[in-house]
Design a protein around this ligand. Sequence first.
Ligand code: HSE
Length: 399
Amino acid sequence: MADRKKLVIGLFGFGTVGKALYNLLETTRPDGVRIKRICVRDISKNRGIEADFTDNYDSIFNDPEINLIVELVDDARASYAIITRALREGMSAVSGNKKMLAEHLPELIEMQKQTGSTLLYDASACGSIPVIRNLEEYYDNELLVSVKGILNGSSNYILTKIFNHGMTYEAALREAQEAGFAESDPSLDVDGWDSLSKLIIITVHAFGTYIAPENIFTFGISNLRDYDIRFAREKGRRIKLVGHVEKLADGRLVACVIPQLLSKNKYIYGVDDEFNGVVIKGLYYDKQFMFGRGAGGFPTGSAILSDITACQYDYKYEYKKRLTHLNDLPEFTNDVHFRVFFRYRNPEDLNLIEFDSISEKYSSADFNYVVGHTSLADLHRVAALMRDRDVFIAAYPPD
Ligand code: HSE
């Protein structure tokens, strides 16, 4: 067995996950791993622990003993500066910043190739569920058909509290924030952006293709109203916010983040609270389901710890699916049609979407809805308009 490398960590960020990681290391004391210095924005704050805090990046990068950068900062721009500097300087790095990764993955992959340095980020998608490493190591590109799941803990927590406990949206969001699941800007959770970042990362490891965020239809749950919940209940379904990437029969990839009206027979129907659930579908093995805590300090901290330990054995993502097929990666398309539920208040808003066909229509003084088929390309075209109006859309797949 390979020897465990000694790792001396320079940690950036001491928020929910940083603190949890610190405590995990104090409790588990893994062989050959220690945090030497912690870089934070405000060093005057009393954090109640005896540790070497600094607000100076250089005091970490210029310390010859530090050989691993662990970056757990909230701000994607700061995260990018830290990670690119680490890679340029030939250091290994672990990151949890999904937004930064989703925006810069192709460049970060290239940098790792050029510099030989390592970047691991399993914690960035689905917290404690080891989805990236499994996609990377186990699932073969040719057989993989789709990856679909609940990728954001906070919005799932909110939906569960609304559906199962009759709580209001606002109260549920407050609880998710207090529990440390939500992003510091919770619109990233409830408007689907956090799920989008995770979906982009997952897609690179599942199929090799990088899809830029602006190309993927993304709609969250912040426009959800009682009418939508009532409709779901009447149909015996629950609403979940789902990230989905699928390889079509013609080899092209389709991806989106959209609320879905799910029937009881779907694996992710029963994924509640801040849990995440990912369904991986293959051509021959059919469906496999991974379930676990997707948010919160300790679940995410333990995934970071797992990346740190992987660095001790010089583990790297090989990006086989991307790098060996760089010239013939599956193309991305929004050219698919599917059934949706569309609820709107202002009758004119029905014109936002071009429906191929409508199978159900309801009108009242308070609200209106239709069920019909439309295209993802059309939805993508009007996504920003829909977000600003009192409308809600959900995919409504067959049973
Ligand atoms: N805000 C994120 C979530 C944290 O709720 O899933 C974990 O990525």
